[in-house]
Design a protein. Structure first.
Length: 184
């Protein structure tokens, strides 16, 4: 039994990650268009056992410690197919991260997944502030933050798989998030 729930949106199932997801993650994740704007801690080229090592040694132990929450992203219309991953982390200035396979990008799916895990962060986990770092050239991620009511609070430099870029930190408070909900 997962220590946190499966979440649902209009088109998606967000299922807690498990070791059995390693092969599906490996197939979708080991692509330049997925990893280039991720933190340079992600190895590139991605090793053949990268997803297994990540799940076994990093994500699942952090989940067990109650420091992170990771979900696979699946379409309701094809629940057996893992198409991405979205995570919450109890880290200073790094509370949410995600990736989506290229075939599913640009369809509004990440906006749904992000809205639902942001709700979980504020409502279920009771957090007061969400901060999200991103590489400045990642315009799609920036647009998602803007549309979800976040605002830019800092720009510095960061190391990413694709190189050294300006790193933006976006945030939203629980109060700002609640005001947005009341308007919609």
């Amino acid at each position: 039994m997962a220590p946190y729930p499966t979440l649902y949106t209009e088109r998606l199932i967000l299922k807690p990650l498990e070791l059995a997801d390693a092969q599906a993650i490996q197939q979708q994740f080991a692509q330049w268009d997925v990893v280039r704007y991720l933190n340079a801690l992600v190895p590139w080229p991605y090793p053949p056992d990268g997803a297994l090592v990540y799940l076994r040694d990093i994500a699942l132990p952090a989940i067990a410690r109650g420091e992170e929450w990771h979900w696979s992203i699946r379409l309701k219309s094809a629940p057996e197919q893992l198409i991405g991953n979205i995570s919450l982390m109890d880290e200073q200035d790094n509370n949410r991260g995600f990736w989506l396979g290229p075939a599913w990008q640009g369809q509004g799916l990440m906006a749904q997944a992000s809205a639902e895990v942001t709700r979980y962060w504020f409502q279920d986990l009771g957090r007061e502030l969400m901060r999200v770092p991103k590489a400045s050239p990642n315009l799609a991620s920036r647009r998602l933050s803007e549309r979800s009511g976040m605002h830019l609070v800092r720009v510095d430099e960061g190391n990413f798989v694709g190189g050294r870029y300006a790193q933006e930190t976006w945030e939203i408070t629980r109060e700002q998030w609640q005001r947005l909900l009341r308007r919609h």
